[in-house]
Design a protein around this ligand. Sequence first.
Ligand SMILES: NC(=O)c1ccc[n+]([C@@H]2O[C@H](COP(=O)([O-])OP(=O)(O)OC[C@H]3O[C@@H](n4cnc5c(N)ncnc54)[C@H](OP(=O)(O)O)[C@@H]3O)[C@@H](O)[C@H]2O)c1
Length: 339
Amino acid sequence: MNAVAYHLDPAHGLDGLTVRGQDVPQPGPNQVVIKVRAASLNRRDLMLMDGSYPLPATPGIIPLSDGVGEVIAIGDNVTRAVLGDRVSAAYFVRFINGPQRLAHVAEQYGANYNGMLATYALVEQDSVVHVPEHLTDIEAATLTCAGVVAWAALTAPVSVAQGETVLTVGTGNVALFAVQHAKMLGARVISITSGPEKAERLRKLGADETVDRSETPDWDEKVLELTDGLGVEHVVEAVGLPTLSKSVRSAGYNAMITMIGASQLPKGQPLENPFVGPYLAIRRIAVGSRDQYEAMNRAITEHRMRPVIDRMFPLDHAVAAYRYFRDDNPFGKVVITMP
Ligand SMILES: NC(=O)c1ccc[n+]([C@@H]2O[C@H](COP(=O)([O-])OP(=O)(O)OC[C@H]3O[C@@H](n4cnc5c(N)ncnc54)[C@H](OP(=O)(O)O)[C@@H]3O)[C@@H](O)[C@H]2O)c1
């Protein structure tokens, strides 16, 4: 097998993604070499290509934060992994636990540290995370970004409690993970989507109620109706400013709205004041820590949860995978598998 790595030239969109041969990396004292088996795409990987991601990609970087593989070499000081372990890496190179600091978000795999779209990945041992055993490689390659941010939204600063109601917006990967995680936490889930087919799939995934926004554009009113006028306790706002006002109107007293989606309002459309309704909290978060990733994995293991996979592409069709992910409105993760 010839080892290869994709490299990203951020100024050129999909044309900036090129493939070259790769030597087996040599680990430094605190580093781990992974032979990657599968990797997956997130919205940020498209944003890194067109320069709209807050952290610019380093030209030539190996893209993708999400991936899984086998440890094939370790540095002299490595204690977090042994040869043969099946591992992934956390999203941030050095965010272990506690409150997130600006320095944590400044170091990310697939942006300014080489990521997973390659035969081999070289990662810092502090970021190594073992993946749930019951998952296939394809499933285990989907957790790092969308999975962890959905988990962080629902479990910090205070976890969703049994019987509380969680609202999810959209059917991107963050929202799909949020539905599954919220069910693992014992919540009732109401999900907003754009059509009956997606609504059906959301219900199969665990959503207790769905609201079709194409049929019910004022979906916030329906959410209030479904909650006896009280509103939901948590919103995983996985779209962004275009839906924030409705999310606020769907929320109850002292609710927590977690803004994950980065969509902006159409030009010229003003943002409604979100602080005129009930007293509630609105916060933005960026993925999560290694500890949060591990806590999520424990819950996934306990509940035998399986992430939603839309489609797989072989490594030599990585550009087609990006194109499909960008253009074809997948429901679930788009995964790239290594030979
Ligand atoms: N902060 C973080 O750590 C973090 C991590 C991961 C992702 N993100 C961000 O989170 C967002 C979600 O990413 P993703 O990959 O999960 O999903 P995505 O693919 O961006 O989600 C798109 C889905 O959102 C829904 N949607 C889009 N526009 C909408 C609108 N105007 N009104 C209502 N629904 C709308 C649609 O679902 P339906 O067709 O079902 O309505 C659509 O399929 C992105 O902005 C991404 O950049 C942030």
